[in-house]
Design a protein around this ligand. Structure first.
Ligand code: SF4
Ligand code: SF4
Length: 375
């Protein structure tokens, strides 16, 4: 018997609906849990496969190995095995993150959480947690041990700051976190100083928007550089089309591709990387971005991904440097994606453009390696 409390703060007061004809989450190749395999083995043996990607598990096959799940109907995008869909299909856009405690997080790539309509997210989340109880109980002792070890190593190395104080400092300076120049200075300080202090990043410095744009572009291009189309992030656009962006081997040109319902890919356009530049945000765009910074700052999986990076870097970085650096990189990434989407879709730098960039980015963000587990 494992005791745990669940933090529902991210879903409290929210609503989430599933939009007819969207199907974006059916591109994610959900895991098939042991207790779910019998149905697929018996009725659809060819549709149960080893997953793509580094972590191997049983999953549902994809159309052409890169499109949506084979069970997504091409006409109307409805699930053909709805009553037997996996636990992960049922959960989306909720994610249950297990660290040294349990938190429910929302996936902002889902359009259904941006409409302000649908069932109450807190009620839904409680049902999903209840259904996931045995998985949580299994994962929690392991995750607690991983976190205990992390704290021990980080304290020994003298790099363990106070995460609550760091998060509080972000909450108190949210508007700064939507200013690209501030973010650039924060990134500089994270490289130069042993311990970053937000006040230092508020001072004037000589960083240019051009330099920042290049740095932000490099981060995004990293995620658009896979030869395997399956590994590219998908942007589910306002017209519910599925769009991929792939950078060429020289890192100079981005190709825009459309993924259709049969898993086939069609060329739509090109843009020179040098043409995509960070642009000033409109006031309502800044507000949407500010809210998203608050979401990232509240996510335990975000903190877990910072811990993961510190562990990968052999505990060389102080928590404040790793945390502020990671947050600044994420926000610049969103701004750069907004510029990319604006180029192809004319979405602008206002509330609409930033919302679309977050929809494009958040699934990538939640996919970042972390020391806890999503169950
Ligand atoms: S991404 Fe959201 S709106 Fe789209 S199909 Fe999935 S749950 Fe529904
Ligand atoms: S089983 Fe159904 S809901 Fe789940 S990914 Fe496949 S089509 Fe989508």
């Amino acid at each position: 018997m494992v005791d745990y409390e669940v933090d529902y703060s991210d879903v409290t007061g929210k609503k989430a609906e599933c939009l007819d004809g969207c199907g974006m989450c059916c591109l994610c190749q959900p895991e098939v849990l042991p207790e779910e395999r019998a149905f697929f083995k018996k009725n659809h043996p060819k549709c149960l496969v080893r997953s793509r990607g580094p972590d191997q598990y049983f999953a549902l096959a994809l159309k052409n190995g890169k499109g949506s799940c084979v069970f997504l109907n091409e006409c109307g995008r409805r699930c053909k095995v709805y009553d037997h869909r996996t636990a992960y299909c049922r959960q989306f856009p909720y994610h249950i993150y297990v660290s040294d405690h349990v938190k429910v997080e929302l996936d902002y790539s889902c359009r259904g959480i941006w409409t302000g309509n649908g069932p109450d997210a807190l009620t839904e989340a409680k049902c999903l947690v209840s259904d996931a109880d045995s998985r949580i109980a299994e994962a929690l002792p392991q995750a607690r041990e991983v976190y205990r070890q992390f704290y021990e190593y980080a304290r020994e190395a003298g790099v363990m700051g106070d995460p609550s104080a760091i998060r509080m400092s972000v909450s108190e300076n949210l508007s700064n976190f939507t200013d690209p120049m501030f973010l650039g200075r924060l990134l500089d300080l994270a490289e130069l100083e042993a311990q970053v202090n937000i006040a230092g990043a508020k001072k004037e410095s000589k960083i240019s928007l051009e330099e920042l744009s290049e740095a932000a572009g490099e981060t995004v291009l990293d995620s658009l550089s896979s030869d395997d189309l399956f590994n590219l992030p998908v942007y589910g656009a306002e017209d519910l089309s599925w769009n991929l962006f792939q950078v060429d081997r020289d890192g100079k040109v981005i190709e825009w591709l459309l993924l259709d319902d049969r898993g086939e890919v069609h060329h739509k356009g090109f843009v020179d990387v040098s043409e995509v530049k960070l642009q000033p945000l409109e006031p309502d765009g800044r507000k949407v971005l500010e809210d998203y910074v608050a979401v990232l700052n509240g996510r335990d999986s975000f903190l877990g991904s910072v811990y993961y990076m510190m562990n990968e870097n052999d505990y060389e970085d102080d928590l404040s440097n790793a945390y502020y650096g990671s947050l600044a990189t994420s926000v610049l990434d969103v701004m750069w994606r907004a510029a990319l989407l604006d180029h192809f879709f004319g979405t602008g730098m206002g509330a609409r453009g930033i919302r679309e960039a977050i929809i494009f980015y958040d699934m990538d963000r939640l996919d970042a390696p972390t020391i806890g587990a999503f169950v």
